[in-house]
Design a protein around this ligand. Structure first.
Ligand code: SAM
Length: 346
């Protein structure tokens, strides 16, 4: 009886359906903003369950839109829910939800790429990094154009313990285009192994939760969606600055179908290229004829440590940028550097 009574205080009172909210506030999805809504509350409940037990938790939802996931978070018993939404059209509908859950919802009209989450929640929620994750969660179904740059930014925040991670090892439950979700979780040797796999897995335990077919969204996107859960590791698998790791991983995956030696070479200016590539691969004990997709995180760790040693010997080395050299030589990067992708697609 007591449990049922408690649950009743969390559950929202009867409200218009999400479909009705969309009609009521005329919330037509903006295709150019890649808005795709989830109307089925069983699905939004399922996403929220993948965040773990959020009863009495402090949650930040990114991109609440018409509020499907928002309702599931409130029904799951979150103590406080902060929603960050960029599009003003959704604010009245979110206000209606806030009134249905008095004192539990804070609405921020803003861009999650610039929002400072370090000040969002009470200081007393902070945990030591080595402790269990704090009672703070981030959940969201964002447009694909935002979710990839956002996770890259947040991975850097994990490394620096900033942003959402000032509270400790804050867990994230986010949606991605299915192919991106596969890259994030891809293991060594798999076809989807990429920069994103290494960058996310050296810092976090990354779990693929489930896929959502495109037809579950309104309007239906051309692609399916994957839900991914991240828990920052107590000890990152690579103990070098994020920018250094990013540079090594980007260079190696620059030529994802070639031997990894080819990518290592471009870390060094032409005059020292052969000699330093040899030294780096040798001290990292990495077989130069492995493909980038075949390298484990430990092998990337060894490569980063070896590169760090070389940079410590010659600090100018870290500033060397192969692409800049190409530009100086007035060659078309597209011609000579065909496999390069700056957008984390390789
Ligand atoms: N969460 C809702 C759902 O699942 O039905 C809406 C999902 S829709 C794919 C993405 C939402 O994120 C939209 O409401 C959009 O306005 C919002 N959004 C897009 N970019 C954003 C940004 N940079 N910061 C905050 N919200 C953003």
């Amino acid at each position: 009886m007591v449990a049922a009574g408690k649950l009743a205080t969390y559950r929202l009172p009867p409200l218009p359906t999400i479909g009705e909210i969309i009609k009521l506030f005329n919330l037509r999805a903006e295709r150019q903003m890649s808005q795709n809504f989830l109307l089925d509350l069983r699905l939004t409940d399922k996403i929220v369950r993948k965040a773990g037990n959020i009863k009495n938790a402090y949650v930040c939802e990114v991109g609440p839109g018409p509020g499907g996931i928002t309702r599931s978070i409130l029904n799951a018993g979150a103590e406080e829910l902060l929603v960050v939404e960029k599009d003003t059209r959704f604010l009245p509908g979110l206000q209606m939800l806030a009134e249905a859950a008095p004192g539990r919802v804070k609405i921020v009209h803003g861009d999650i790429m610039t929002y400072k989450m370090e000040r969002a929640f009470p200081k007393n929620l902070k945990r030591n990094w080595e402790d269990d994750p704090p009672n703070v969660h981030v959940i969201g179904n964002l447009p694909f154009s935002v979710s990839t740059p956002l996770i890259v930014k947040w991975l850097e925040s994990v490394a620096n313990r900033s942003g959402p991670f000032v509270y400790g090892r804050t867990q994230l439950t986010l949606t991605f285009q299915k192919e991106v979700a596969e890259r994030l979780t891809a293991c060594t040797g798999s076809r989807q192994r990429s920069r994103l796999s290494v960058m996310s897995q050296y810092l976090c335990t990354v779990k693929s939760c489930f896929d959502i077919p495109g037809r579950a969204f309104v309007p239906k996107p051309k692609v399916d969606v994957g839900v991914v859960h991240f828990t920052p590791l107590v000890q990152p698998q690579i103990s070098q600055p994020f920018k250094l790791v990013e540079k090594v991983v980007r260079s190696v995956f620059n030529f994802r179908r070639k031997y990894c030696r080819r990518g290592v070479e471009i870390l060094f200016p032409e005059a020292q290229r052969l000699q330093l590539t040899e030294r780096m691969l040798c001290s990292a004990d990495v077989n130069p004829t492995l493909r980038p997709t075949e390298l484990s995180i430990i092998q990337f760790k060894n490569l980063c440590d070896a590169y760090r040693t070389l940079c410590d010997e010659n600090p100018e080395l870290f500033n060397y940028d192969f692409r800049e050299e190409l530009r100086m030589k007035r060659k078309s990067p597209k011609e000579t550097f065909a496999e390069e992708e700056s957008s984390y697609e390789n």
